[in-house]
Design a protein. Sequence first.
Length: 408
Amino acid sequence: MNNQKKARWSKFLALAAITPLVLTACGGGTTASSGDATTLTLMDYYNNDPDKGLIQSAIDKCATDIGVTITREVVPGKDLIQKVLQKSSSKTLPDILMLDNPDVQEIASTGGLAPLSDFKVDTTGFAQGMLDAGTYDGEVYGLAPTANTLGLFYNKKILADAGLTPPKTWDELKTTAKALTSGSQYGMAFSAVATYEGSWQFLPFMWTNGGSETELDSTQNKEALQLWKDLVDDGSVSKGAINWGQGDVKDQFMAGKAAMMINGPWQIPALNEDASLEWGSVQVPVNKAGQTPIAPLGGEVWTIPQTGDKAKQAKAAEFISCLTAGDTQVTLGAERYTVPTKPELAKEYVEKMPDMAAFTEQIANARSRTGNLGAEWPKAATTIYTAIQLVLTDKATVDEAFAQAAKG
């Protein structure tokens, strides 16, 4: 979630507090969803191919399977929440709504979504982290067919030529990154930008080390921040990292300007376009051997808005069950380089997608960003990326950074 999105959320929640009946849009009033339950409306933000077309194929298949016609509205990601707000106010919410998983709890807290239990949707067998992402106040409001997370990519040729193997611990990461730094080539690249992307990339190091967003000024979090500072201070990571989004990090890696990078599997199609680039991936290194790598969960959750039309909501529930069924998960995962959210599918999926093995392992222990703090997560994320910026620009020490960032 970026700063613009956060501002829209503030407006959304303020209006929700003023006009809760408009947001819930229930109680028997007429809505735009009233009518034939064989026609449904759907809204998502997959507005670019290949995702747009791949999701459309999955929508079409499930529409046929449950016997409905679905009219789809696709909006840019940055506009989705504002669009939801507008449709809530005019009582024209779609029957099916896709949300970025960190947004689910905030929408659910307004009363704008229906619990899946109302329609007996089976939520068993899903990775706990993904269930946490779709849960508010003990009720599951959304499910995701697939998810993504972060890992460590490495240039196979560069490491092989140096006689090195992918690092497994922070000490190995520092020595390997330093050894691979030469001339215009840095050993490592990550995003430390002052947005939620910067926080997202830091979370694997923070969480794996036992740190938590509930106590940001902890020793474990400071140790993770010290690692990032050490990598920048010794020249293994470019100071430009404070301005890089994850797309920029990928560009550095593809250009041979970084031998390793922290990034997600959504970059794999671009990496594979360069036939000369031999890459591999492993889980994010741990501080000490024996720790479990824990990374954040990314991915979109499918929900049922409170439209007031129970027949259409029931059909929407059937759609979500179809979209998150095992065969759909494996198909979408293979097509989109995302990981099925049911761990029981991992073996089948990795056999089909060996390049995704590390990410599939990482998903098993991945964590929802909103699992602990719920609607308070954006505040913590802002403190995290602010602390990173303060340290990497030498405006605060590692020991001071989180406390200083929390003051705003």
